[in-house]
Design a protein around this ligand. Structure first.
Ligand code: ADP
Ligand code: MG
Length: 302
């Protein structure tokens, strides 16, 4: 257990396009410890999704090229193993909630059909057993009235409930790592908070490690222990969340923090210049009371 669950070293993922080479990911180092939550934050186009998709081996474009690096999952380089083996790991050991997934549920099929299909793809079990796991998965994501929701069509669910179905799908095979790509972005603030709290709860209950992709530092502050900040395909800053929030080393990180909405502040609070306040006083979603930490050095957290 000494090696981290996921360790990405010097990853380069490039795309050959008509207008030239796009270095979407260009030398990324990331570490997700067993049972940990790493926030991957950065502006749109910085390479967050391509990083997640590279881990899954799901770039879905013939123009995508791995131009170097290693993706070590439990010590094995996912870039080197056979496709068949990667297919087994994907879904069973690493689950992903895709950024575009909110539109990805098929409107013509009931939730149950879509969940059991994914479950049976990875487990050799009959339909009745898959249905039981589907129900348990909806219970895990705290879906209200889960038995009835299984029989529903996607349009009968709210946006937050559809996102819960997608998280349930990604977790149905009990993976050790969940890659969640902007799972709260399309949701309103209250539902965002519920989904963030749900993911933290699942991390605590099941020990599922999470690579949390977001452009929102408020989400990072609420749920992550460590954070990596991406820009133009590179990680420009990485460390313990509190330390990065208190003392960002990179002007770009400060800019990302400044972009966090200030909706829930009183008029007096809003009048104080942001630069004079600590970040967790300005973020929309306040971080939970800090748990006692044994150490605060980034290296020791790995
Ligand atoms: P983020 O998730 O941080 O918003 P992405 O990882 O989606 O950013 O994209 C990083 C960069 O890679 C962007 O410049 C994007 O245009 C480019 N890119 C992503 N997918 C492809 C693709 N299939 N072909 C060409 N370029 C791509
Ligand atoms: Mg993205």
């Amino acid at each position: 257990m000494n090696e981290p669950l996921l360790q990405i070293k010097g990853l380069r993922t490039h795309f050959q396009t008509d207008s030239g080479l796009v270095k979407a990911v260009d030398g990324v180092d990331l570490t997700v410890p067993h049972g940990g939550i790493l926030g991957l934050v950065g502006e749109s186009g910085s390479g967050k999704s391509v990083t997640g998709l590279s881990v899954m081996g799901l770039l879905g474009s013939r123009r995508a090229r791995n131009a170097g690096g290693e993706i070590l999952f439990k010590g094995r380089d996912l870039l080197k193993i056979a496709n068949k083996e990667l297919r087994n790991i994907r879904g069973a050991e690493i689950g992903m909630v895709f950024q575009s997934a909110m539109t990805g549920l098929n409107p013509s099929f009931r939730v149950e059909t879509q969940l059991t299909e994914v479950i049976r793809r990875h487990q050799k079990i009959d339909q009745a057993a898959a249905r039981r796991i589907a129900l348990e998965s909806l219970e895990l994501v705290a879906m209200p009235d889960p038995a009835r929701k299984l029989k529903s069509y996607p349009h009968e669910l709210s946006g937050g409930q559809r996102q819960r179905v997608l998280i349930a799908m990604a977790l149905s095979c009990n993976p050790e790592l969940l890659i969640a790509d902007e799972p709260t972005t399309a949701l309103d603030a209250t539902v965002q908070k519920q989904i963030v709290d749900l993911l933290v709860d699942i991390n605590k209950k099941r020990g599922t490690a999470i690579l949390m992709v977001t452009h929102d530092f408020g989400v990072v502050a609420r749920m992550c222990r460590t954070v990596a900040v991406m820009r133009h395909g590179k990680v420009v800053e990485q460390g313990i969340v509190e330390q990065v929030l208190e003392n960002p080393q990179h002007a770009y990180t400060q800019t990302l923090m400044d972009a966090v909405p200030r909706l829930h502040l009183t008029r007096e609070e809003r009048a104080v210049p942001r630069s004079l306040r600590r970040l967790h006083e300005v973020i929309q979603i306040a971080p939970p009371a800090p748990e006692p930490r044994k150490e605060l050095s980034y290296a020791a957290a790995q």
